[in-house]
Design a protein around this ligand. Structure first.
Ligand code: ATP
Ligand code: MG
Length: 403
């Protein structure tokens, strides 16, 4: 893409209404635009990042054999009354429609997926079944002050699994846990598998926590073996690690980027999601749910990967792989055309502006590779990685190979 055709501009000034450094950079770089506390637009560059994160998650969900679907944002009040959560869930947005009919704006989708599953499941032969979606959620969060880390409207991947029994759930839960590990590895996030409260069958549910000073969660963890518990439930305290005995338990703030949960029959029971066993007995299906905060991941990456000049996107999620910069009008057009491919991996700074401004913008945007063409490079390209200060002169073929 030509930067002259990118209609969103960067800004030198940090926004006064953002508290975290990552959020400030995302706004300055033109990745997001704040509409109100916890409500953001994802601008062209930000959308590209979200889509790259989503693609990785979608791939891993499909590899689990889960079916993708898309459920509504507007949920009938009756569904939420069935589980009792119309009254008890304090973050639920409630909206009135025609004829005094009430709806909830979906903060999560157990109340929708369970009735869908009920229609499909009648026999043990219909199980297990796994459904996921990538969708905008709404939560009336009381404190939405950390940029896109805690949105009132945010993008989530939610997966729901249905099983004949606890043993089958255990099997899938372990697989989903491994898929989550792969996802965070691919996204370049060190996420600690953390025990948290609220498990059915097992003592714990599991959260994936990324260490960060500005995180709203607090965890105890062992640097040596990675054992970790959320402070809310923690039995462990600072001292020797009860798991490996070698490491020291430390306390840190952290960001919850995902969690997985054994639900048991909490939602299958009120919606009567039942199946017939081989012997004809009727039993309630057992459920699990598995969430990942896609927009929160984007915010987390911005908090974790940055320096005083700007963002440093990991290659797999970066809005572009290469930032091609010309220091004289038209000097890099030929190179751009020859490097262009279907993936549209290159941002070509063809703007009529100073070298200083181009370099500052390049650092702010955090594209992994910077390629400069000037009169001094004499037909070659000066290549530099965003996270390094070393430059080298390479041929256009070298850059092609890199892409
Ligand atoms: P938290 O403890 O942060 O409030 P949660 O435990 O309520 O989150 P879930 O309901 O399980 O989270 O949602 C699944 C995932 O969605 C979370 O792990 C998190 O990554 C993300 N998430 C939850 N709430 C928000 C929010 N308000 N804004 C952005 N992402 C969120
Ligand atoms: Mg939580």
């Amino acid at each position: 893409m030509r930067q002259s055709e990118l209609f969103i501009k960067t800004s030198h000034k940090a926004p006064s209404d953002e508290e975290t450094e990552g959020a400030k950079l995302l706004v300055r770089g033109g990745f997001i635009n704040k509409e109100a506390a916890g409500i953001y637009s994802y601008l062209p560059l930000g959308l590209r990042v979200l889509e790259n994160i989503t693609a990785i998650i979608r791939e891993e969900m499909n590899s689990l054999g889960a079916n993708e679907l898309l459920m509504p944002v507007l949920h009938p009040k009756e569904n939420w009354q069935t589980t009792g959560r119309w009254e008890t869930l304090d973050i639920l947005y409630k909206v009135e429609g025609h004829g005094g009919k009430w709806f909830a704006l979906g903060p999560t989708h157990e109340e929708i997926i369970a009735p869908i599953a009920k229609k499909q499941i009648s026999s043990y032969r219909d199980l297990p079944a796994y459904f996921y979606q990538i969708q905008t959620k709404f939560r009336n969060e009381p404190r939405a002050k950390s940029g896109i880390l805690r949105g009132r409207e945010f993008l989530m991947k939610d997966l729901y699994s249905f099983h004949t029994d606890e043993k089958d759930l255990e099997k899938f839960y372990a697989k989903a846990l491994n898929a989550y590990k792969r996802i965070f590895k691919r996204l370049g996030i060190k996420a600690l598998l953390t025990e948290a409260s609220g498990g059915t069958f097992s003592k714990y549910s599991h959260e994936f926590q990324a260490l960060s000073d500005i995180g709203e969660d607090e965890i105890f963890y062992c640097k040596a073996c990675g054992f970790s518990q959320n402070k809310e439930i923690a039995k462990i305290r600072e001292g020797a690690c009860p798991k490996c005995g070698k490491g020291e338990i430390q306390k840190s703030n952290s960001i919850e980027v995902g969690n997985i949960f054994k639900l048991g029959t909490k939602y299958s029971s009120p919606f009567a999601v039942k199946y017939k066993t081989k012997s004809g007995e009727e039993l309630e299906a057992v459920m699990g749910c598995y969430g990942i905060g896609i927009s929160r991941i984007m915010g987390t990456l911005a908090e974790i990967n940055r320096d005083n000049r700007g963002l440093l996107w990991p290659e797999k999620v970066a809005p572009f792989k290469l930032h091609l910069i010309e220091l004289k009008k038209g000097l890099a057009t030929k190179a751009y055309k020859s490097l262009q491919d279907k993936k549209d991996n290159i941002l070509y700074d063809d703007r009529d502006t100073t070298a200083g401004e181009k370099f500052a913008d390049s650092d702010l945007l955090g594209i992994p590779y910077r390629a400069v063409i000037s009169q001094k490079t004499k037909g070659k390209i000066e290549l530099k990685q965003r996270n390094s200060s070393k430059t080298k002169l390479v041929s256009i073929n070298n850059v092609k190979k890199l892409l």
